[in-house]
Design a protein around this ligand. Structure first.
Ligand SMILES: CC(C)(COP(=O)(O)OP(=O)(O)OC[C@H]1O[C@@H](n2cnc3c(N)ncnc32)[C@H](O)[C@@H]1OP(=O)(O)O)[C@@H](O)C(=O)NCCC(=O)NCCS
Length: 204
């Protein structure tokens, strides 16, 4: 798992409450449908999160509301707005990854979190993991997600009528690299614990 984060992020893992909060989110039938997820028991959730943390083919970050996190020094579970994942789905093509974004609470949607999380994960995947092809699999009815990935320059690759799913793809050519780097030139990387400590000191 990665030790670094941008200010709005922290690596997925640990605090029990994070897991419980996540588990609470995933009880929503609507979210299960939108993210093509199965309902899990808390134990199953823990085991899945362990696999996200430990498996070399998965990369997951929790998305935090930076404003809340910085200005109020909230507990992480109070600043969590969602998660963003990369899955290396094809062992023979390590430059290809599936990207998933979830902004869990409807009240946190439409505020730019999803797009920014996706952009930051793409930057991370491209610069740190050597990913040059990003794929998104989206339910055909999920207009918000389709729109978001269109705005992120993904193009429709295929549609599965069986799964009622559209696959969208972004290949990182020179133009796309320039675009991604320009859109994320404000992103900085910092150690999570040190940043947290500094903020708490400045507020005390
Ligand atoms: C899809 C999702 C990640 C979008 O995140 P978000 O934070 O709400 O979206 P943003 O505010 O970052 O918007 C990103 C872009 O998508 C567009 N968009 C967002 N919601 C939209 C909607 N309901 N209809 C049309 N366009 C929409 C925005 O206009 C925006 O474009 P802009 O940059 O030109 O302004 C979020 O709605 C979500 O998590 N939904 C539930 C889970 C899910 O569907 N995950 C995706 C599984 S594939």
């Amino acid at each position: 798992m990665f030790e670094k984060l941008t200010l709005r992020w922290k690596p997925w893992l640990r605090p029990l409450l994070d897991k419980i909060r996540y588990h609470e989110w995933m009880k929503s039938e609507m979210l299960q449908k939108l993210t093509a997820s199965e309902p899990l028991t808390l134990e199953q959730e823990y085991s899945m999160q362990r696999s996200w943390r430990e498996d070399a083919d998965k990369c997951t970050f929790i998305v935090l509301d930076r404003k809340k996190w910085e200005e109020q020094a909230c507990l992480d579970e109070d600043c969590m707005v969602g998660d963003v994942n990369l899955f290396l789905t094809t062992p023979e093509d390590p430059a290809l990854a599936e990207i998933e974004v979830m902004i869990a609470e409807p009240s946190d949607r439409g505020k730019g979190f999803g797009k920014e999380a996706a952009l930051m994960m793409m930057l991370y995947g491209f610069t740190k993991l050597g990913i040059t092809k990003f794929e998104a699999k989206i339910g055909q009815e999920n207009k918000a997600s389709i729109c978001m990935f269109q705005k992120l320059c993904f193009e429709e690759l295929s549609v599965s009528s069986v799964f009622q799913e559209v696959t969208m793809l972004l290949c990182m050519g020179d133009q796309q690299k320039e675009w991604l780097l320009a859109l994320t030139n404000h992103v900085t990387e910092a150690k999570y614990c040190e940043t947290r400590q500094r903020i708490q000191q400045s507020l005390s």
